[in-house]
Design a protein around this ligand. Sequence first.
Ligand SMILES: [Zn+2]
Length: 403
Amino acid sequence: MIKQIETNQLRLRGEIARMIAEVPLYAGRDLPGEDLAAWLLTQPLIGKRELRRGFPKSLLRAGQDLNSSMEDGTITLLATSGTTSDRLQVIWEWTWWDPQEREAMRLNARVAEAMLRPGYHEAVLTTPACGAGACHLGDQSMQERTIDGMLFFNQSPDPSYWSERESARMIEEWNTFAPVGIEADPAYLAMLCRAARQQQRTLSSPAFITLTYETTTRAMRQEISRTLDAPVYQLYGATEAGVLFMECEKGMLHMNAQHAHIELLPVGEGLARVVVTTLGREWMPLLRYDIGDIVRVANIAECACGRPANGALVQRMEGRASDCVARGNELITPLMLDDAMMERAPQMFQWQLSGDTLSVVGPGARDAAVAASELLGRAVRGETVAAIAPEASGKYRLVRNAS
Ligand SMILES: [Zn+2]
């Protein structure tokens, strides 16, 4: 164990030194001192703004030729969809992304077992614009939406407005393809599950479901587990940073420690910001990148699954830092709000707090608003709405703070 930690430290130190020597964004920094953890804390955090500024030049290592590597297919330039302030260009390195994602998934014993089955195949349900480098908007055949054996179901941007025909198509494809693994945006999967129940259709149960792309509310989880008889796990990552955590079969999020050095910077009450230094990445290596999310750190040092913790264990993803609300010195995360509101209004299907207005799809707007008011210490007005619009990225925003 101690040997492993030493090896990891040595590797991290070496990779950081190379980043400083080769990548303009980190040029001129002092090399790490004796105490690596202490040195890291002295280094500035970078965020989306730094990645955007001078892209791609400031992120290229000395000697890297972007154009020829794009031509030979080593890398792809990918733009994450989103509002102007969210949008980000990413140098997508296939030979880094795939192994680190697979390895993260294998941190869960049930997922690892399923992935070894002969004929293992996966399907993805998310925004049509969000698959790795591929866009599935419009009207494409199943074959056109299958990449490396992976089927992408969705091809329209706002799942609240999937027609009955559209949902029926996806449900039929799901049952025909019968995926062993499903990777899904929880909001989209909850909507498809709801459509299946409304149409009195069933969805074949995969061996596992990984939820990723956005924060999972209790209502989403309820809807999914009511419809599908499969274990559901969180896989947490970002296009620009890789997969950082995977939920194990005992419900704890483990760090993907072979591919990322993750710092959890405490922000009080067991909550922490996630800061990542990537490992093993030739293109666009990140040094102390603040991913902009808040997690709840587990108060146990060892997990019941028996896998080494490799740093702190995380209990759950709490939501984006920019969607948290300050109450005095306390930070109220989107999922803390969700907990409080679901206690009072367990029939809610979807919600969004915008300033002091709480929009709710499904019953319980008034009760949920009372719960939100109590937690936030300010008046929140509840209203029932037919649908909540996703952001330009296709993801849902749980809280929009008044700016
Ligand atoms: Zn575990």
